[in-house]
Design a protein around this ligand. Structure first.
Ligand SMILES: [Fe+2]
Length: 148
């Protein structure tokens, strides 16, 4: 089983922490589906993960723009690169089905990226949000973009 979300990954922003924990959970559920369920179940699980991932990254992008976060260029590029990687995973799934590459991506690559990204990029973003006079902002999950 992949390393789940754990307390040392908290960024002290309720929405971000909840969404991060959801992503770990959905990735593990998709890995279990890839190993044990028929193709339709795997696709559903990956779609749930895709929706949550896009919503989360879009919400962070939006709050960085709204609050003029100084590091937003670099942070958004990290999101963009990771989404491209995710599209490759979906292409692999569409082409070949739930191969070991797909399972490895869900069990290892995504959790590793998330851990690194949270500690390196999201902790400073959460501090920036907390330091604002109006307090931390709500991260809206708007489903503004969809992977299809
Ligand atoms: Fe982020």
């Amino acid at each position: 089983m992949a390393a789940p979300w754990s307390p040392e990954l908290t960024v002290n922003h309720a929405d971000m922490d909840r969404q991060h924990a959801d992503l770990f959970r959905l990735a593990e559920a998709a890995a279990v589906a890839a190993e044990h369920q028929p193709r339709s179940g795997v696709e559903r699980a990956i779609q749930s993960l895709a929706d949550a991932l896009i919503d989360h990254l879009s919400a962070e992008d939006a709050v960085m723009d709204e609050t003029l976060y100084p590091e937003r260029g670099r942070h958004k590029s990290a999101h963009e690169l990771f989404l491209r990687d995710f599209l490759q995973l979906r292409a692999e799934l569409d082409e070949k089905g739930p191969t070991p590459v797909v399972v490895d991506w869900l069990r290892r690559r995504l959790p590793e990226w998330l851990r690194f990204h949270i500690l390196v990029n999201d902790v400073p973003l959460a501090s920036h949000l907390a330091s604002r006079p109006s307090g931390p902002r709500v991260l809206r999950r708007g489903a503004s973009r969809r992977l299809s």
